[in-house]
Write a protein that binds this ligand. Structure first.
Ligand code: ADP
Length: 645
């Protein structure tokens, strides 16, 4: 059959025009596309030869050879894969059979842009990417069978192509790019090496190239022989490492290999805390090799930190930091995902929208959480050391990942009034050891454990032997907004709202006392309220204090001292919110004040005392007082008066 000239399908020509007119900002990827096609072709012949070994034709030394020819200005990519016959060439290269092609092309036109990598990425240009760098592309290919059944295809990308029959000894495909003058750099050994290393390192077949070196021969003494000229040696070198470690069965990969690979991708010097290697099948097919680091990186909480996992599509590198694969609260996870479903040219924008990516993410999250749950159950001490590093980040998930709330609430650990510093309790354990009368889960938020331990808010809980969780990470204020309940037990802040800790009996008993106290102190409370009116919302007798004289309490949904501090530290506006001053009716100071009040309700000291009580309440919760000078002056005066001078 002689050479025939044919027309590309309209859509192919449209696609080619886009490609040729600087579609991509990154032209290097043409080589990635061709190497990937070659690798697929080898995959196919290997698969088919399982049932018919004759197809191999004795040619199963799998490799993809790159042949730069500086004299001819061509770069050839040769594989010994499945090859194509003429009908297949026409079908695969001359047309785009994918459904939705027309609509897609229309969408491209509507965008009326010649530089639209996002959209085109969705489609995948594959072989056509060659035309980004070449003004003529020749393909010679043959399927297993007779050498005479080969096909030669050629095009200059102008709307037509030619096909002719070809006798080709070796099975497989050879694609020759006649490089445009401005892209001759793709013939350079180092350029080729770097592209292969970057994008195709993990292709599982060797990507090879003949490397010629010239050197002056050396004598027995190891010195160059003068006047001997140079000798050229050529050797075929493999450019890629082929180590698609995630594509290998788990049982094949040693611990050391996993660790080495982790260090390679994470730049961490330490071994990982945990390695998760699995493949998913079904609606979403992918392989994942994930690592949980042992130590948190210094920039874990920095906004401009690079996040995400490496994404491969069929062992071809796509991107280093695919943020869409992993939610923010698991941003410390390192690793690789290799998808079988995504197109090779998947772009940034597509990644954000893609349902496959969302599916993969869901799957990864579930795997990570179940792994952590497993470690928590089986190796609690190890889990604690991990939690100390990454707990504050994982807790963000409670706020942002509602779908996984159930799992996450089992993973969180807290210090508490019943743990040593640096030891933790889970919510499950907390609930299990709650005294029978206790109805709710109590917590206190603040800056650090030491400060919280002395909080007057804890007094009544100590008295009742109720455990109180210390929530000392800034994120905890958000955590408790999302985690309001655990196993039907409400989480309750000890410094918010009214407390209801008493049994019916205790209540009755206390109510009587409370009434009495109210009668005794009612007017005094009004006076205190009057003198602190600009700073507090109300004054009341406390049910939570047993030792201290006073404390400040936020509304059930109001702003507490810790939240105010966090917002200030974040330079956020702090909304005006007044709190309630609670006074302990059993404290001697109350009796003293009541006596003063009875003697003369206009006694100037009463206002000073009110002021001092308020400042004390601020100081014990770690908040700054407004006028430290006045505070110290009042205290000094009192000290002097106390000894009657
Ligand atoms: P894709 O690889 O995304 O399918 P391409 O345009 O790159 O799109 O290739 C189209 C088809 O041409 C491939 O699906 C494959 O069937 C065939 N093909 C491309 N390159 C080769 C090759 N080196 N060997 C065998 N077949 C190939």
């Amino acid at each position: 059959m002689s050479k025939t000239t044919k027309q590309f399908q309209t859509e192919v020509q449209q696609l080619l025009d886009l490609v040729i007119h600087s579609l991509y900002s990154n032209r290097d990827i043409f080589l990635r596309e061709l190497i990937s096609n070659a690798s697929d072709a080898i995959d196919k012949i290997r698969f088919e030869s399982h049932s018919d070994e004759a197809l191999l034709e004795g040619n199963s030394d799998w490799k993809i050879k790159l042949i730069p020819d500086k004299t001819a200005g061509t770069l050839t990519i040769r594989d010994n894969g499945i090859g194509m016959n003429m009908a297949e060439v026409e079908e695969n290269i001359g047309t785009i059979a994918r459904s939705g092609t027309k609509a897609f092309m229309q969408a491209l036109k509507d965008k009326a842009s010649t530089n639209n990598p996002e959209l085109i990425g969705q489609f995948g240009v594959g072989f056509y990417a060659s035309f980004m760098v070449a003004d003529k592309v020749t393909m010679e290919t043959r399927k297993p069978g007779s050498p005479g059944a080969g096909c030669r295809w050629e095009s200059i990308g102008d709307g037509t192509y030619t096909v002719e029959q070809l006798t080709k000894e070796e099975r497989g495909t050879e694609i020759t790019l006649h490089l445009k003058d401005e892209f001759k750099e793709y013939l350079d050994e180092w350029k080729i090496r770097s592209i292969v290393k970057k994008y195709s390192d993990y292709i599982q077949y060797p990507v090879v190239m003949d490397i010629t070196r010239s050197e002056v021969p050396k004598g027995v003494d190891g010195k160059e022989i003068e006047g001997a000229g140079t000798i050229e040696t050529t050797e075929e070198q493999t450019l890629n490492s082929m180590k698609a470690i995630w594509a290998r069965p788990k049982s094949d990969v040693s611990e050391e290999e996993y660790q080495e690979f982790y260090k390679h991708i994470s730049h961490d010097f330490e071994n990982p805390f945990n390695t998760i290697h699995f493949s998913a099948e079904g609606t979403s097919e992918f392989k994942a090799l994930l690592y949980l680091p042992a130590k948190k990186p210094f920039d874990l909480f920095m906004a401009d930190r690079k996040k995400g996992l490496q994404l491969y599509v069929k062992r071809v590198f796509i991107t280093d930091h695919c943020e869409e694969l992993i939610p923010d609260y698991l941003r410390f996870v390192k690793g690789v995902v290799d998808s079988s479903d995504l197109p090779l040219n998947v772009s940034r924008e597509i990644l954000q929208e893609d349902v496959q990516i969302k599916r993969i993410q869901k799957n990864l999250v579930s795997k990570i959480l179940s792994t952590l749950s497993d470690v928590r159950e089986k190796k609690f001490d190890e889990y604690v050391s991990f939690w100390k590093e990454f707990g504050p980040v994982i807790k963000e998930g409670l706020h942002f990942d509602y779908a996984n709330k159930e799992k996450l609430q089992e993973l969180v650990l807290f210090e508490s009034t019943k743990t040593e510093a640096g030891s933790f309790v889970s919510l499950k354990e907390y609930v299990e050891r709650m005294p029978e009368a206790q109805q709710e889960i109590y917590y206190i938020t603040g800056d650090n454990r030491a400060a919280l331990e002395t909080s007057p808010h804890l007094e009544v809980f100590r008295a009742k032997n109720y455990e109180v969780l210390f929530l000392t990470d800034p994120v905890d204020e958000w955590v408790v907004q999302a985690l309001t309940e655990y196993k039907e037990k409400k989480l309750k802040a000890v410094d918010r709202g009214d407390l209801d800790l008493d049994s019916e009996e205790e209540k009755k008993e206390k109510e009587a006392k409370q009434e009495e106290a109210q009668k005794e102190y009612g007017d005094l409370l009004s006076l205190v309220k009057g003198s602190l009116e600009d700073r507090i919302k109300d004054v009341r007798l406390s049910k939570r204090l047993t030792e201290s004289a006073c404390c400040l309490v936020a509304d059930e949904y109001g702003m507490n001292a810790n939240m105010e501090r966090i917002l200030k530290a974040m330079n956020q506006p702090v909304p005006e919110s007044k709190r309630v001053l609670e006074l302990n009716p059993t404290h001697p100071i109350m009796h003293v004040m009541a006596d003063l009040f009875k003697g003369n309700k206009d006694d100037g000291r009463l206002k000073d005392y009110a002021e001092l009580l308020y400042d004390q309440a601020l100081l014990t919760e770690g908040s700054p007082i407004k006028d430290p000078l006045r505070f110290t002056r009042l205290v000094s005066e009192l000290m002097v008066k106390a000894v009657g001078k």
